[in-house]
Design a protein around this ligand. Structure first.
Ligand SMILES: NC(=O)c1ccc[n+]([C@@H]2O[C@H](COP(=O)([O-])OP(=O)(O)OC[C@H]3O[C@@H](n4cnc5c(N)ncnc54)[C@H](O)[C@@H]3O)[C@@H](O)[C@H]2O)c1
Length: 386
């Protein structure tokens, strides 16, 4: 029996994120072995017994539930991890907070700002630890980009530009709703690429470059009707298939953002570029262990974009892993977030992004959708601290 303080995890939702979070918890005792707090895979929850039983057995959970309310009511659960579609985040999180559980919630925080506000109030009233899995912050190259900007090397920032491009919904015969395709159903997802993809870009952008003050956006739904897997009928599609917006940041820089699921050839091309007075940075998820950096102070004969391979022990998170020159993957961003969460239990500090931080991102998403709807500029009302 370990002498560590054990945090018994109750995982709700056993799909893509359920697997990737479980993988993250399993890595902590090995790679972060000095931590005081360690996760225990106590219970997994999904609606179909046969499936959740098999999941629990395969991934090493001690037990399972088919009703998230039962999982939350259990005294042997310390932390609830919400990996369900967006329409259930608020209800589960508020119930978990009332039961005094710590909460790790998938993004986007909620379907609406109102729901997000209620979630923030619930965790603050209960005084429970909380975090939202905006995991891209924890890719070492992205963390390094933040450190470089914070160091002042870029000087005044003029531009922040981000894209998140995919191509998986071009086929008009793809249905909406149901197990695998809830992302196309506005009732389950809340929005399309704005909440699914741009929310990530917005979280990273505000973390690195500060709050977004106002936005002007346009959205498009290229396929207007799809069969709904629940009703079996052809129904109007309520999500945004593509979204483009520009904005002002509080620091005076201009932002330009685009996300789509109709960029043929691109699977998950999340990129950003930051242009400052002295230097620029750019990053690309398809090549996630590299950061590109241009420094105008370099001697003119050798001045140019340099590609930095992020594998050195001095670079963020990398001393935990292998040897210089060898790469880590997408799953490590989740391992780093889980590790930061467990470390924050030791330090007593918040594990950003908290529900409050994620609410600010939700406000930007809402302002983007409202702006596209009304064809006018919208203030976001963001107060950024995360
Ligand atoms: N951080 C990221 O990069 C990232 C990536 C993908 C998804 N997500 C987010 O994670 C969440 C889940 O996405 P996913 O891709 O894992 O979806 P998924 O469809 O693969 O899995 C969802 C799971 O939730 C279960 N579920 C649905 N309703 C439930 C209920 N009432 N009770 C118990 N289980 C229920 C489903 O059976 C399924 O196992 C979403 O909010 C999504 O936006 C985040």
């Amino acid at each position: 029996m370990s002498n560590k303080k054990q945090i018994r995890i109750g995982l709700i939702g056993t799909g893509l994120m359920g697997r990737i979070h479980t993988n993250a918890y399993k890595r902590i005792p090995d790679f972060f072995s000095e931590f005081e707090y360690q996760p225990v895979l106590q219970a997994a929850c999904a609606r179909r017994e046969e499936k959740v039983k098999a999941f629990a057995a395969q991934w090493g959970y001690a037990s399972y539930e088919t009703d998230w309310r039962k999982l939350i009511a259990r005294e042997d659960i310390d932390a609830v991890d919400i990996c369900t579609p967006n329409d259930s985040h608020a209800e589960i999180a508020i119930a978990a907070a009332k039961a005094g559980k710590m909460i790790l919630c998938e993004k986007p925080l909620a379907k609406t700002v109102e729901q997000g506000q209620a979630m923030v109030e619930a965790v603050e009233k209960a005084g429970v630890k909380n975090t939202v899995w905006y995991n891209y912050r924890r890719i070492p190259a992205v963390t390094l980009a933040k450190q470089i900007v914070d160091s002042g090397k870029l000087g005044k920032i003029f531009h922040y530009r981000a894209n998140f491009l995919q191509d998986w919904t071009i086929n008009p015969d793809l249905p909406q709703g149901g197990d695998a395709l809830w992302r196309l159903d506005v009732d389950a997802a809340g929005s399309g690429v704005t909440g699914d993809l741009l929310a990530h870009c917005i979280d990273t952008a505000m973390w690195i470059n500060g709050g977004i003050v106002d936005v002007s956006a346009m959205t498009e739904t290229f396929v207007k009707e799809r069969v709904h897997q629940g009703s079996g009928k052809v129904q109007k599609v309520g999500i945004d298939d593509a979204c483009i917006f520009h904005c002002h940041f509080a620091n005076g820089s201009l932002g330009l953002f685009e996300a789509t699921r109709y960029a043929r050839g691109h699977k998950a091309l999340y990129t950003f570029e930051i242009n400052g007075e002295h230097a620029s940075i750019r990053w690309d998820l398809h090549d996630m262990n590299w950061l590109e950096y241009f420094d105008h102070k370099d001697e003119s004969q050798v001045r140019g974009w340099r590609r930095i391979h992020i594998t050195e022990g001095e670079q963020p998170y990398m001393k935990r892993w292998w040897i210089p020159g060898t790469s880590i993957g997408y799953e490590h961003s989740f391992i780093h977030q889980a590790a930061d969460f467990f470390h924050s239990l030791q330090t007593g500090k918040p594990c950003h992004p908290t529900f409050q931080d994620a609410l600010e991102t939700q406000k930007v998403c809402q302002a983007v959708l409202d702006s596209a709807h009304d064809r006018s500029w919208k203030d976001t009302g963001v107060k950024w601290e995360g």
